[in-house]
Design a protein around this ligand. Structure first.
Ligand SMILES: Nc1ncnc2c1ncn2[C@@H]1O[C@H](COP(=O)(O)OP(=O)(O)OP(=O)(O)O)[C@@H](O)[C@H]1O
Length: 808
């Protein structure tokens, strides 16, 4: 016969190791003979190889509530403890907004040790496993409430729980005890073979990941069949032969668990982990197999996003965690509201995988982890309500056996035998009944009928035939007494009728009371369901609000950044506009100045032209006069004398003989050459200066053309002539002008022109032959001495308009 355990909520009665809860000093002393002996005393739990899978035990989920000590964050935020514990099953919450009492199967205070939790609440799970029942231990609670600490242990629960054996949590203690029990049973008899298989997974962002083989990238799908229940296909499973091997896989898998640091927990688990231990026991003789599964579930913590400061990836994780925990809440709600026909197990991977654990074939313990601090009042309240709700979930667990063919045959034979016996028994009863009917009175008949009814009831409870037969001998004597007295018979009938009537009335009243009680219970249940559902919705709304709030905060940040960017851009645009304005102002100012200067130049050019015209006409007149004088003085020579008629029709035509190269001017020209670029670029000031200096005095400007190649073409009328050509021409003209027969130089003074080789003009203005009109320094002498010199003779400008210099 399988051992069953009580899940009636009375913890002290359910455990034979009952220790007074508040006496934390009481611990069992054991002599450590193995590295794990200090974990828990090895209890002599009897285990027979039960095969009776027909026995299904209905039990509520066992809810254990654990408060951890206050932490630094809570103290630093001015948190105060708001809980007290009137007894081992009750906690009173003295919140700011809410005060109330909550009752669970067991409550553990912040001072409770890991051993307390295991001994008084979880150890029975191993009994169940050995006896062939499925079991689940689930840790639930807000982030940082101590779920991983409770399930695994250690200060750094997620990765290094093995460091401190004293703080070992439930998983290592259970593993130790499983193997201890197996070893003990094997020592006792060798009729059962034991196999322990494990698998380890996490559900991260609603995706299943293999924590035994992290390279396993199967598309993990959830399946269900009669033999295995609900399981994940494709997960790696490993056979283990001792607890060290098992813990090695557990610890190794935890290294790959998704964790992150949040404001509430430095090593916050971002996934739900499920460690699965599968125990198979095979009876060597009968080949009957007993399979049982234990799921150790460390849920990710529910979190308020504003408190954890989750952002980016952590925010995505928090959303998924909260939504799968909401799905868990919805399943619990549907299981307990008394009216739901559909249980939404398939709403999340977590609830689907835990389907058997919540409302199915499992003996489940839920450990709700809480903070005692006012800093987490709302979260603690929500967790306590979750636990309260889960308390009323009913699971139906049975031993999972698989019979061998021989055992099945045996069982059929046994059942057939029982069936035959039952049929014989019924036949016997029927015979006895018919014989009694024939002899007895109506009263007798009534009594027999009553007896038959109780006999029928007895069939169900299998009373012995002897018990029934022992009653029969009394019947004839009673019947004979009654039948001998007619008055007694009549009054007896009346009394019987009265009794029947009263019985009926009592029965009716009892039914009414029962109905009322049922009604009350139902109403209370429905109210509770509604409350839970409302709380759940509130929780969901809270989560949504948190998310929206966070999105708002982010949007506000973005808005601020955008505003700053726009502001800085506006500033830049304004600066650019100002700079543009300055530039425009500068341009318009310069344009104005330029136009003014251009006007001045134009005026000067006009003046110059006028002056030149006047000068030309004077010169012409003088020339005419000279000719006339010469004609009259040479008398007769006039016919042979060459007459030069200047072409007065154009301004351009200049007699080269009129040109008197002035060294001063030429010097000046050299200076100007340096500014040639400026000239070309039409600097009005320099142009003006150049014109003033060169043109106005002599009617010609002579510039060195040495650098002309570098200059841009200039639009005003120019003629270039080499100095040798110039000299030749001058000589030629002076000869022409000179009277052929007059040799006296005193009469007609001809211009004195130096003889120069036209091919060599370099020495013209060298330092050894300074111009006679020296006095002015010639700083650009190098221009003329270093290379062949060409002179540029610039004709007087016709008019300002012909310049076209500033056309652009
Ligand atoms: N009962 C306790 N006694 C001492 N320290 C505890 C207890 N419970 C939790 N702690 C410490 O509190 C911290 C947070 O605990 P833990 O990581 O177990 O929380 P959690 O509920 O698993 O959080 P999360 O959901 O964010 O993963 C850890 O440093 C742990 O050691």
């Amino acid at each position: 016969m399988s051992s069953t355990r009580s899940f009636d909520g009375d913890v002290s009665s359910s455990s034979h190791r009952s220790i007074e809860y508040y006496d934390d000093s009481i611990h069992t002393n054991t002599v450590p003979s193995s590295p794990f002996n200090f974990l828990t005393p090895s209890q002599a739990r009897t285990s027979t190889f039960s095969l009776d899978s027909s026995i299904t035990t209905i039990n509520n989920i066992k809810v254990i509530c654990r408060f951890r000590p206050e932490n630094e964050l809570e103290i630093n935020n001015g948190g105060k403890s708001i809980v007290d514990f009137p007894n081992s099953q009750t906690v009173t919450l003295h919140g700011k907004d809410y005060t109330g009492q909550y009752t669970f199967d067991r409550i553990f205070t912040p001072q409770s040790t890991q051993l307390d939790i295991y001994q008084f609440s979880i150890a029975e799970t191993v009994d169940d496993l050995i006896n062939g029942y499925n079991g689940t231990v689930l840790a639930y609670g807000q982030t940082g409430s101590g779920k991983s600490y409770t399930m695994l242990g250690g200060n750094n629960a997620n990765s290094n729980f093995m460091n401190d054996p004293d703080s070992f949590g439930i998983a290592p203690r259970i593993s130790h005890e499983i193997f201890e029990r197996i070893t003990a049973n094997e020592l006792e008899s060798n009729e059962v073979e034991y196999t322990v298989e494990i698998s380890f997974m996490e559900i991260y962002l609603e995706q299943i990941k293999d924590l035994i083989d992290t390279n396993n990238n199967e598309d993990f799908t959830i399946h269900e069949d009669k033999l295995n229940g609900v399981y994940v296909k494709g997960l790696t499973s490993k056979n283990v032969t001792n607890e060290l091997e098992l813990l090695d896989y557990l610890q190794n898998g935890l290294k790959y668990r998704s964790i992150a640091s949040t404001q509430m927990n430095q090593e916050s688990s971002r996934s739900h982990t499920i460690f699965h231990i599968k125990l198979t026991q095979k009876h060597v003789e009968s080949e009957t197999i007993k399979r049982s599964n234990l799921f150790l579930v460390d849920l990710a913590g529910s979190e308020k996003i504003d408190k954890t400061g989750a952002q980016g990836q952590s925010l995505q994780e928090a959303k998924k965690i909260n939504s799968s925990l909401s799905a868990l809440g919805n399943v619990i709600n549907a299981l307990t509201d008394g009216k739901s026909t559909h249980i939404p197990y398939r709403d999340s991977k977590l609830t689907r995988i835990l389907q058997e654990s919540i409302g199915g074939n499992s003996r489940t313990s839920l450990i709700i982890n809480c903070s005692p601090s006012s800093f987490n009042e709302l979260e603690t309240l929500s967790t306590l309500r979750f636990g309260t709700r889960a308390k009323s979930i009913k699971n139906s667990a049975h031993v999972n056996t698989e019979l061998s063919t021989a055992s099945l045959k045996n069982k059929i034979m046994q059942l057939e035998k029982i069936n035959q016996n039952n049929q014989a028994y019924i036949k016997q009863l029927e015979d006895e009944l018919s014989s009694s009917r024939s002899e007895s009175s109506p009263l007798m008949f009534s009594m027999v009928r009553t007896s038959t009814t109780s006999a029928a009831t007895s069939i169900a409870t299998k009373p012995s035939l002897a018990t029934f037969q022992s009653r029969l001998p009394t019947m004839p004597s009673t019947a004979s007494i009654i039948s001998t007295s007619p008055s007694l018979k009549a009054s007896n009938i009346t009394l019987t009728e009265e009794l029947d009537r009263r019985d009926k009335k009592i029965e009716d009243l009892e039914n009414v009371i029962l109905n009322l009680k049922m009604q009350n219970l139902k109403t209370a249940h429905q109210e509770e369901s509604k409350l839970f559902s409302l709380e759940n919705s509130l929780h969901n709304i809270g989560n949504k609000l948190n998310e929206v709030e966070l999105i708002n905060v982010n949007l506000r940040k973005h808005l601020l950044i955008s505003e700053k960017i726009i502001e800085s851009r506006d500033n830049k645009i304004n600066k650019l506009k100002l700079a543009l304005k300055d530039q425009q102002l500068l341009i318009s100012r310069e344009t104005l100045g330029f136009r003014n200067r251009l006007g001045e130049i134009q005026m000067k050019l006009e003046d110059l032209n006028k002056y030149k015209e006047e000068e030309m006409s004077i010169k012409r007149e003088t020339l005419l006069l000279q000719r006339q004088q010469s004609v009259s003085s040479s008398k007769g020579a006039a016919s042979s004398a060459a007459t030069i008629t200047p072409d007065a029709s154009t301004d351009d035509v200049q007699s080269i003989s009129e040109i008197k190269p002035d060294p001063e001017l030429i010097d000046q020209s050299f200076d100007d050459l340096d500014h040639s670029k400026t000239l070309v670029n039409a600097s009005s000031e320099q142009l003006k200066q150049a014109l003033d200096d060169s043109t106005v005095q002599n009617g010609f400007s002579i510039y060195s053309s040495k650098k002309l190649d570098d200059l841009k073409p200039v639009n005003f009328q120019q003629e270039y002539i080499s100095i040798s050509e110039f000299l030749k021409e001058s000589r030629r003209r002076s000869l022409l002008m000179a009277p052929p027969n007059i040799s006296s130089a005193s009469e007609v003074p001809s211009p004195k022109i130096p003889e120069l080789d036209s091919s060599d003009t370099s020495g013209m203005f060298n330092d050894d032959s300074p111009p006679s009109s020296g006095g002015k320094s010639r700083k650009n002498r190098r221009h003329s001495s270093s290379s062949g010199l060409n002179l540029k003779i610039v004709k007087p400008l016709k008019s300002a308009s012909s310049l076209g210099l500033f056309n652009s």
